[in-house]
Write a protein that binds this ligand. Structure first.
Ligand SMILES: [Zn+2]
Ligand SMILES: [Zn+2]
Length: 218
């Protein structure tokens, strides 16, 4: 499986950085996880990476914040299926229904395609789903988060139903029990991770820099 960070607070090459997150997962199908804040920047970065919106077969949205769904209109098309937490507002649901092939509401843990699962919506305040990806060599599962509002610890715990934890990629928000990451073999702190630099320093041997343009093979 190949992951490409399309949108992030940091970027490399000719890609633009901006507050937000989006990642393309190339599995059995091409899945775009979140869409960043701006459709313009998302389109620019996709073009730079050679990704056409028509190639995206599935969009999975972690939560309803603007820095994750703001770019949605730039990638919606008539053949795409969109996975959203069932708590999304009626307005957003309607907007997606009008331009997508299918809207799938997620509540509990579920499979999306072979090797790609969702934790289901978690959290009490801001509800959020995270994806759970199986590594090629079956070493375990890698959790892909948007902002981790329900708490990274809670998300990692929920992901364990799909296998042994191998790694985590995405926004960790205010997560501060850094020692809990010790068990993991791959740590990729992105987007809103408040303690990104500290995590990179603390786990030098297994932390991977995150920014738009980064490719991660799992
Ligand atoms: Zn958020
Ligand atoms: Zn965010």
């Amino acid at each position: 499986m190949k992951l490409r960070i399309v949108y992030d607070n940091e970027a490399k090459g000719g890609l633009e950085s901006d507050w937000g997150f989006s990642c393309l997962i190339e599995a059995e199908k091409k899945i775009l996880f979140d869409t960043g804040a701006s459709g313009e920047i998302l389109s620019h970065n996709m073009q730079w990476l050679g990704i056409r919106k028509e190639d995206i077969e599935i969009i999975a949205l972690s939560h309803e914040h603007w820095d994750h769904i703001g770019g949605l209109d730039a990638v919606l098309h008539q053949n795409v299926a969109v996975y959203i937490p069932s708590s999304f507002s009626m307005g957003t649901k309607k907007r997606i229904e009008e331009s997508a092939a299918e809207v799938l509401e997620v509540s509990g843990p579920a499979d999306i395609v072979s090797g790609v699962h969702t934790t289901g919506e978690l959290g009490i305040g801001i509800k959020e789903q995270s994806l759970v990806l199986e590594t090629k060599g079956s070493e375990g599962v890698i959790v892909l988060t948007g902002c981790a509002h329900p708490g990274l610890e809670t998300i990692l715990e929920a992901a364990k139903v799909f296998g042994e934890l191998y790694g985590v990629i995405g926004g960790f928000h205010g997560f501060d029990k850094l020692e809990l990451l010790k068990e993991l073999k791959m740590i990729v702190p992105c987007h809103c991770t408040v303690r990104k630099e500290e995590i990179m320093r603390m786990y030098q041997e297994k932390a991977v820099w995150c920014g738009a343009g980064e490719i991660i093979e799992i």
